[in-house]
Design a protein around this ligand. Structure first.
Ligand SMILES: [Zn+2]
Length: 210
């Protein structure tokens, strides 16, 4: 698929944002998301399954929402001359498995069984190189501005779908980028409401059983 390739219709998009989600395990893709392949991924180490979910916040340029620039960054096509900030990051080779936009739309860049390049130098509970064993989810946002209702709702459903698809994941093993790279990263920041996420995961869990 080409960047920007497969997009569902508006009706399908709205439906996908409001119903529970499912992972296509064979392809490592979440159903109902837009898929934009990033070249920035490689194999996880042999025998390593995802056992950690890492939550990030991102916006490009910082504090601006809605543009194409995160997608351009993750597909190595960010134009360095379009914004002063872009010059400092245009050479990065980074990605994330998922991005959840402000309105709740989900974009997937890397299949879950592949290693996305989102965490950088990092450690979780004494285990280094979090990219090896984690799934990265970027929320379009900043450290200080509230994330949206749609983002919490979609994030909770997405996490539930991941927990159901990958038994090696756990609701107790969800961390912020700032938790695994303290002193280096601050996202998703104080704006992210962890209690709200945990409550939303529990709610959608009950909903899935009903
Ligand atoms: Zn981050």
């Amino acid at each position: 698929m080409m960047p920007g390739g497969v997009t569902t219709g508006n009706t399908k998009k709205r439906a996908a944002a409001t119903r529970s989600r499912r992972v296509d395990l064979a392809r490592g893709l979440i159903c109902g998301a837009r898929h934009v392949p990033s070249p920035n991924h490689d194999a996880r180490p042999a025998g390593v399954a995802p056992s950690l979910i890492v939550i990030h916040g991102i916006s490009l340029p910082p504090g601006r929402f809605g543009g194409p620039w995160v997608e351009r960054l993750f597909t190595n096509s960010l134009p360095a001359d379009r914004h002063p900030y872009f010059k400092s990051i245009a050479g990065l080779r980074v990605s994330s498995h998922l991005v959840i936009r402000r309105g709740g739309r989900v974009v997937q860049y890397v299949p879950f069984h592949r290693r996305a390049w989102h965490a950088g130098v990092s450690s979780y509970r004494g285990r280094a190189r979090c990219n090896d064993y984690s799934i990265g989810i970027e929320l379009e946002g900043t450290d200080r501005r509230s994330y949206t209702d749609a983002q919490y709702r979609v994030l909770a459903r997405t996490v539930r779908a991941l927990l159901a698809a990958y038994p090696t994941l756990s609701a107790e093993r969800i961390a912020g980028h700032s938790d695994i790279a303290p002193g280096r990263k601050t996202d998703p920041g104080p704006a992210f409401d962890w209690a709200r996420l945990r409550a939303a995961i529990a709610t959608s869990k009950r909903g899935a059983r009903a």
